[in-house]
Design a protein around this ligand. Structure first.
Ligand SMILES: CC(C)(COP(=O)(O)OP(=O)(O)OC[C@H]1O[C@@H](n2cnc3c(N)ncnc32)[C@H](O)[C@@H]1OP(=O)(O)O)[C@@H](O)C(=O)NCCC(=O)NCCS
Length: 202
């Protein structure tokens, strides 16, 4: 005889965060992360490629000063997350996805230079894009990259984004202007790529 079910069926949704990838964990910032994030954002090699103020850094600062963890609610306008190396438990980077309209969001990421070149940037971008389409229910994700940032351009292309155009003097830091490439992916393209990837794995 089957044992009758007791209690209520749970309708609780699975937790949004952390996001787990093969080697990384993406989670909200903790107050204890601040020093590592400040060092990351101030690193000369990171500043050279991403000279603008990082949203992740602003949020990490807020997390450190409020001491109250952000609720991982589904209707947040943006997610700024620490990139944690699962094996060493160390913070190796930061990333963010922020709504710029009801159905669109902008993607950003940065890693400590000693972790460049191991595929982590692509791993972060793919995970954030999946999160954006599946959890935030976005229709478009965009990213903007300084023209000489070849590493980031490669990351975006490997994550499936398409080049949309060149925006002259898109960013200004102090008196210097930066020309930037704009990249984009829409939900349909992402879904068809995800289907192809699953088919290849079978
Ligand atoms: C951009 C960044 C996240 C890339 O991270 P990463 O972990 O090195 O990226 P990946 O290892 O996934 O590399 C993806 C591809 O780019 C290539 N690449 C990485 N850095 C490169 C560089 N400086 N020049 C040319 N190609 C580069 C890799 O060889 C790889 O190509 P392949 O797989 O075809 O061989 C990292 O360089 C970074 O944090 N830069 C500073 C912050 C920044 O620029 N953020 C983006 C702002 S838009």
């Amino acid at each position: 005889m089957n044992t009758p079910l007791t209690g209520r069926t749970s309708h609780t949704q699975p937790p949004l965060l952390p996001i787990r990838t093969a080697r990384l964990l993406l989670r909200d910032f903790l107050s204890s992360d601040l020093q590592a994030v400040e060092a990351l954002a101030a690193h000369p090699r990171v500043r050279e490629q991403a000279p603008f103020e990082s949203r992740a850094l602003l949020v990490a600062r807020r997390a450190a000063h409020t001491k109250v963890a952000r609720r991982p609610s589904r209707d947040r306008k943006s997610y700024e997350l620490a990139v944690i190396h699962r094996k060493s438990h160390k913070l190796i980077g930061a990333c963010d996805i922020a709504r710029v309209g009801r159905h669109s969001a902008d993607l950003g990421y940065m890693l400590l230079p000693r972790h460049w070149g191991y595929g982590y940037g692509t791993e972060v971008a793919k995970a954030m894009i999946q999160f954006g389409f599946e959890t935030m229910k976005l229709k478009h994700i965009t990213a903007i990259v300084a023209t000489d940032n070849e590493g980031s351009r490669r990351v975006l292309m490997k994550a499936g984004l398409m080049w949309q155009g060149l925006v002259r003097r898109a960013l200004r830091v102090g008196s210097r202007h930066w020309d930037c490439h704009q990249y984009t992916i829409d939900r349909a393209r992402w879904q068809s790529q995800a289907t192809q990837t699953r088919a290849k794995k079978r």
